[in-house]
Design a protein around this ligand. Sequence first.
Ligand code: ATP
Ligand code: MG
Length: 426
Amino acid sequence: MLPPETELWNGVEQTAREVFGSYGFGEIRPPIFEPTELFARSIGLDTDVVSKEMYSFEDRDETSVSLRPEATASVCRAYIEHNMHALPQPVKLYYMGPMFRRERPQKGRYRQFYQIGAEVLEALQQGQGGAKDIPKDAAIDAEVIEMVMTFFARLGLEGVELDINSIGHNAPNCRPAYVAKLKAELERVKDKLEPDSQRRIETNPLRVLDSKLESEQAIIATLPRIADCLCDDCAKQYAEVKRQLDLRGVAYRENWRLVRGLDYYMRTTFEITAKGLGSQNAVCGGGRYDGLVELLGGQPTKGIGFAIGEDRLILSLQEAGKGAVAQGRDVYIAWMGEKTLATAIAAAQESRAAGLRVELPPVEQKFGKALAQADKIGARFALILGEDEVASGLWTLKTLATGTQEKLEKADMMDFLKKAKSSPQS
Ligand code: ATP
Ligand code: MG
């Protein structure tokens, strides 16, 4: 990643900090690598991410460490390790940084990619939990979704679509009953499915719903839907999330095929797609994971979070013509004659302190060459400092776009430049 593209990355990250900050989130910076065990336990041994995509290494003491494929596990580990359950709840954290997965690289899919994500964690207090928490949890889910959508809107991301679903929870009267029903139905239509899906009937039937294969779509459309099998609490929670989204003016589409493969994921799941990305069009995935902190050795804790694919977000912005433009300079200081150097340095220091982008050539240049260089690097103004200017205290400023030139007293010149910085580019 190089300038000027990095300007766009910085702008996106700055906007994330502002928007997430306005919702009361603080930044966490988890490490880039962790014990392999942490990911194996949290993401699951039989997921693609852990079984095929993780970069794992034997350390010198023969423990295994892995480059992080995502950050939720690290955030939960940190929550436990730093006793964050003792802080006012819920704890709201966001992160940004590189993640690593050994995948087949293609547009929007890299082996080192960047995520911006956030998590809301809340340790269960005495007497908490159960059905009476439903309205509160739903409001938190909806606010988290509202926050991502606000972030995307602030960036001007185009063609943003939010899909939501509820995947119930892991109790006999809810998801497992649905999965059993789904599996039975899949067995019946097995012959019409492709080998990948046939295999998933055994390993993870929910994942069949993920299939993008054209030949399977008509069959999948006839399969039982989880919304019809949710337990009362999960159904209530899902209805309340939708009501909360409506209250917040967040438009969504219900997508009964949106699933997560792991047991501790529950209830709210969502995915956001954007324009200009081809088949890799998911820019954000998220959901509720109330069992995860406990699975990692903490006390019962609720959790909801999301991860945004920053690379894809940036690609979509660029496709829409919102990429960064090459950053020129405000001022090029064309100094001539050794005696003007001290004045040139002082002028550069003062303008830089005022926030201007200044180019001060390291050695003296001939007038024509200095102006050509100023032009080439896209400077708006050339400040011309010859021995006459220094002696008279009247400096010359050339506006490169128009070629106009004017003479100003030093103090007026600095005032003019400082004002020019904040006015729109001509
Ligand atoms: P996909 O279905 O595209 O493989 P995923 O389900 O593996 O995505 P998550 O683990 O939910 O993705 O990660 C959240 C987001 O991170 C994705 O929506 C996507 O934008 C981004 N992402 C995931 N893997 C990559 C990758 N290899 N390169 C670039 N971005 C990625
Ligand atoms: Mg993936």
